[in-house]
Design a protein around this ligand. Sequence first.
Ligand SMILES: [Ca+2]
Length: 217
Amino acid sequence: MTGIWSGLAARRITAPLVATVLAATAALVAPAGASAAQGDAFCGTDYGQAGWSTPVEGTIINELTVRVLVGSDDIRSQTNVYAWVAINNGSGDVWLAENLNNGVAYPNGSLLQAKFPLTGTDLGLITIENISKIEISYISGLPDAFSSWDNWNMNAVRVLYPKSPNLDPPLSTAIDWSQYDQLLYGSGSPWLHRFKFSCDSEGGPSWETFNPFWNAI
Ligand SMILES: [Ca+2]
């Protein structure tokens, strides 16, 4: 599974391909509720919701910055965490995926952040209001045959975009608000979302939020 997923990182993925791959991977990271209205989709108990900021319409985006605050259950080594972004310019959602941690461990309370490139997608110019959905999902690492599936807690998530396509702000703990606008932020306690291998009353393998400001134009 890991091999399939590492190959998907940062590539354009059409919905049918996603469905095919997901079928082959036990639907671990299915973009949930693809036809649903705005709101959040997940299974388990979430203690918060994403709040989307009014987009600065017309801002051309070449990249996003995704920041995830890990809670009191860590991301284990060999576990891969993905961000998914659905771009919809009026012809339906096109999902793009990016591996945020490349299998690197993130301990309790750490900040996982990564750039999500949006160039070279053959979608043409993407403006911020074309983003229809954001999803975070993961594939558990399984270092050996005796390992249990890795669970982890997301206490907060933030997605930022440069104010101009000419900007490429360096990743830093402190947010440089002179270069960034915010797309969304959500947090919760004891977690916003708890990632688990399969859905139960506590959590599940994916978390998705729908952009109430989505606009195809
Ligand atoms: Ca863990």
